[in-house]
Design a protein around this ligand. Structure first.
Ligand code: URA
Length: 259
């Protein structure tokens, strides 16, 4: 019963998100009499047998999409599943969906917040200024090859003006991120910045400066290291921050070497 109820609530939540994403500001309710059955879905009220009509809107095939996502066996399957994603409002301005890049069998995943302008143009994560900083951290700091790790973001479409992704956008995109992680099965996840850390730890109240450098767990099984976002280093660069990121990444390398 509990499961059934949470399924219904989840479905309702997604449906409301969908309505919002197509620009509906009100919920269609059965408060008017049906004029023409052709214009909508007819509902017979079993108590007084009045008919109501809902405006015809293209209902998203959420269950079908969801079950396809559950069945996805590879990153390509997920990518295919989201190829025309309109689950949140970010779809309308995107040039490309930025799915992720790197080694599909990586032991290490970096998760950022969302694509910026350059990423949106190229369809690849972390290829702009922050991306160059991240590459420097991976290659100079950790002595790893960028192509051996996997890099992706919480949301796969660019938020306008590079703002933080909003709660409905994160909710809509999170199942894709979770599935990516499930398929790659990394040993370690590095969460870059507050939004990625909050999303992966399911805790909206995290303060990155307090929890960075401390091992956490993603879904009780994968080690997760929160650290500063590379864009933060570009904006508020101090030697202290740089030192802290490098210390955090040293812990990550030590952990990977144990595996
Ligand atoms: N910032 C992010 O969080 N992700 C990117 O892909 C680029 C910049």
């Amino acid at each position: 019963m509990d499961n059934e109820l949470s399924d219904i609530i989840e479905e309702l939540r997604r449906y409301l998100n969908y309505l919002k994403s197509i620009g509906m500001e009100e919920i269609p309710v059965a408060n008017f009499r049906m004029q023409n059955a052709e214009c909508g879905v007819e509902i017979k009220n079993s108590v007084n047998q009045t008919s109501h009509s809902y405006p015809k809107i293209q209902k998203p095939e959420l269950r079908i999409q969801d079950s396809k996502l559950t069945e996805a066996k590879s990153l390509e399957d997920i990518q295919k599943e989201m190829s025309d994603c309109r689950m949140c409002k970010l779809w309308s301005a995107r040039k490309n969906i930025v799915f992720g890049s790197g080694n599909p069998h990586a032991k290490l995943i970096f998760v950022g917040e969302g694509p910026g302008e350059e990423e949106d143009i190229q369809g690849l994560p972390f290829v702009g200024r922050a991306g160059r900083k991240l590459t420097e951290i991976i290659e100079k700091g950790m002595k790893l090859d960028r192509k051996d790790v996997y890099i992706c973001n919480v949301v796969k479409c660019r938020p306008p003006e590079n703002r933080e992704p909003e709660i409905d956008e994160v909710r809509a995109c999170k199942p894709f991120l979770e599935k990516q992680i499930e398929i790659i099965k990394p040993a370690v996840i590095v969460a870059l910045g507050r939004p990625a850390t909050a999303t992966l730890l399911n805790n909206k109240k995290v303060t990155i400066s307090r929890i960075r450098g401390i091992w956490h767990e993603y879904k009780l099984v994968i080690k997760l290291m929160p650290t500063y976002h590379p864009a933060y280093l570009l904006r508020y660069y101090t030697l202290e921050h740089r030192k802290q990121i490098y210390e955090d990444m040293k812990k990550v390398v030590e952990e990977l070497n144990k595996k």
